[in-house]
Design a protein. Structure first.
Lengths: 217, 232, 217, 232
């Protein structure tokens, strides 16, 4: 079973040389720490920066340079700042190559719910609806089950949707799965996790085709 | 072409209860701090505010919420504010949540004279409920209207009396998209420089979109999430 | 009767302090030379400049700084350069206060034709269609008649239209006229021109209400 | 993120007959001179060119027209070109004239992922013939589609290997709006500067919209209308 850092490390393997990547809040943010040295990627943050670097050294924080999580950041050589409209032109126009974001639920046809729980305070969708509506390569990073132990990989989402039929791949603490026409196709198991373990906590259709390899890092 | 006004009070002399306001900023970054303070001081009520976020409890738009001056918020993310939550759940505050890119583009549409946009964002979700949807090239889109607002309050880094603006870092965000998107756009700047100082090639927003500009003061620029790494 | 410079001088009286103005090619361009000293106006050129100044001194021409007529220009303090989309945001978004352009024909309901003569080489509409479709204050500057002596102020335009119901005022070599619901309302006569002279060469409905003053400059 | 290619030939290695090209520039100002020369050298045919103007007889797109490489032009103004006129009147050349603001915005729509725009420009004229029209707020609009193009060729003043661009003066024009509006955007720059040289706050077009960039050469920058005043 993976912890959050393990999920982030596995997600980092999805990065390809030359990718522009938008990372959501939470586990996805950690992915930036594990970019393979052999490739160049640039991180876009929808509040208006491309080419984000690490957090600033203590005392170097600039209130005017933050990411979409409102965290103080730095920029790398080649970075640029821009307005919100141009930022979403990058997203809507499919110039961002990969979006990694968290979710409360994903359905077997690729629907995603990650912004609203009826009866609870709604914080808003932020840029998530634009991202999932347009990105061609969307990977969800999440725990396989919620705190109550219920599967988050469902036949149909129960929560209000963020986007329809958009998720391509899911990396959880237990597995890597691809969203196919027939359901969740199991691609990899987390170390020490069996196919049976994954079956038990996957409510949506799970496709197991041959031997399922254990993840390698 | 002198758009300079003496201070923030002069800049909003004709603002009234019930007005619709656009306010730049993302989180607390690049918000029009002086304009917000003046709105609090004026005590204007029943405002509709178009702003990506709603501030925090004791800063930004949170200050207006605290005094119950806001009737309706149009935002994409409002998560950092307890008073907001209380007013929203009690029904005192009307909230319209829309995707962030849609918010930016509805501002830009108003600035650019487009009546509507068609965007895929929100299709198939409750954001699209009651809205016209339409397929183009095999992909469904939602029709969204240009905003109509009385005032846009934006914050820039540098500006001149002609209204030309330059923003800094990610404090740019929605500010340029809101310029000229309301009947009256008021820009507050950290530094009002003499005409001719700004390089015409490096101006982010030409003065034509600005009606009033003033030198702001006492910028706090509060940081919401101070994240650092150690020097070791 | 006015010459081109006279028309430009009369047009200059339409400028108001604080106006952003777009001047078309031909007579309208001349208006920039006669801005009253008491007011501040800024000239926008749709190829991407605001705050145009006079032509450069000989030897100072910069191929990268031109106006929409492709003429080398200079800029004044407070000028800015921008891209074509933002330029037409200024126009479509009604941020430009006054548009002065030439025309081949204007109809009494404010239609304008100025871009195409069937059978002749069509040069294109350039920015004219955007300007007339959106500007709230459009003044046409033209000769009252064409080279054949026919009226250019018509009941209906005969040439392909550039825009419908958009022209507010017309300044010709003979008169200043306002486009009203009832037709062309004669506001002023050019020096030495009688109401009868104007009647003769105005094909569209001409409204003469009381004494028509001679233009003053 | 290195988008740098050695030269213009490498930048258009996969360009082919029948492609649709966007080309920046207004008149002869800010046109991608190197790309145009290479298109002439390659002799590719049946091109559709989206460009505000069509050059003059012996410069700019006029060079391609002269060699009959262009099948169709989509422009707003094509007035300065005798060969263009001849080919158009003889029916050899297909010409679609559209309003300049519509041209800019159809590029921008492609860049920004919008399928269509609604603009008042051209309503009631032959430009609107056969197109959907619709009233919003009492005003009629014409529906126009985002362009689809194979290549966009833009010319900038300065750029870096990440593809970040800065334009100069009115040579900016359509260039930024075409970046990322085609499958492949090729930028040629007068000066390719080392990464990190450009101020992130002053970049006109971030590199994400650019696939290939190269240092151009031998810029002629011809002036179409040399207008001057005497120094006396």
């Amino acid at each position: 079973m993976l912890d959050k850092i393990g999920i982030a490390k596995r997600l980092a393997k999805e990065l390809k040389d030359g990718y522009y990547v938008n990372l959501g809040i939470g586990i996805p943010t950690l992915v930036a720490n594990y970019v393979p040295k052999s490739i160049a990627v640039e991180f876009q943050s929808e509040n208006g920066v491309l080419g984000m670097g690490p957090f600033p050294f203590e005392g170097d924080e600039d209130a005017d340079v933050i990411n979409a999580g409102k965290q103080t950041i730095t920029t790398l050589p080649g970075a640029s700042f821009f307005d919100s409209a141009l930022s979403f032109s990058m997203i809507r126009g499919k110039h961002v190559n990969l979006t990694i974001l968290g979710a409360m639920e994903v359905s077997e046809n690729g629907d995603i719910a990650n912004w609203k729980i009826p009866g609870k305070m709604v914080k808003g969708m932020g840029g998530a609806m634009d991202l999932v509506a347009s990105a061609e390569n969307i990977i969800v990073a999440m725990m396989h089950t919620n705190k109550a132990g219920d599967s988050k990989l469902l036949k149909n989402c129960l929560l209000p949707l963020t986007g329809v039929g958009c998720v391509k791949k899911i990396v959880t603490n237990l597995a890597v799965l691809e969203v196919t026409r027939l359901g969740f196709k199991l691609l990899e198991r987390a170390p020490g996790v069996s196919v049976e373990d994954i079956k038990k906590v996957t409510e949506g259709t799970l496709i197991i085709d041959g031997e399922i390899p254990e993840m390698s890092f | 072409m002198n758009k300079k006004v003496e201070n923030v009070a002069k800049a909003m002399i004709d603002l009234k209860n019930g007005d619709t306001l656009m306010l730049g900023g993302f989180g607390l970054c690049g918000i029009p701090e002086n304009a917000i303070s003046e709105l609090v001081r004026l005590g204007v009520k029943d405002l509709t505010c178009i702003s990506n976020n709603a501030g925090v409890d004791d800063f930004g738009l949170g200050l207006l919420l605290h005094k119950k001056q806001i009737k309706k918020m149009i935002s994409s993310y409002v998560g950092e504010n307890d008073e907001f939550e209380r007013q929203m759940l009690s029904g005192e505050l009307d909230v319209e949540l829309i995707p962030q890119g849609t918010l930016a583009e509805r501002c830009r549409a108003a600035q650019a004279g487009f009546p509507v946009i068609f965007t895929p964002a929100g299709y198939g979700t409750e954001v699209a409920e009651g809205k016209e949807t339409r397929e183009f090239d095999g992909k469904m889109n939602v029709m969204e209207y240009a905003f109509k607002a009385d005032f846009a309050f934006v914050k820039a880094w540098k500006g001149d009396e002609a209204g030309n603006l330059i923003f800094k870092g990610t404090a740019r965000n929605f500010n340029p998209n809101m310029c000229g998107a309301a009947k009256i756009t008021v820009a507050e700047v950290e530094e009002l420089v003499p005409l001719g100082t700004l390089d015409p090639n490096q101006i982010h927003i030409p003065g034509i979109f600005i009606q009033r500009i003033f030198q702001g003061k006492n910028y706090e620029k509060r940081i919401e999430q101070r994240t650092v790494r150690s020097r070791s």
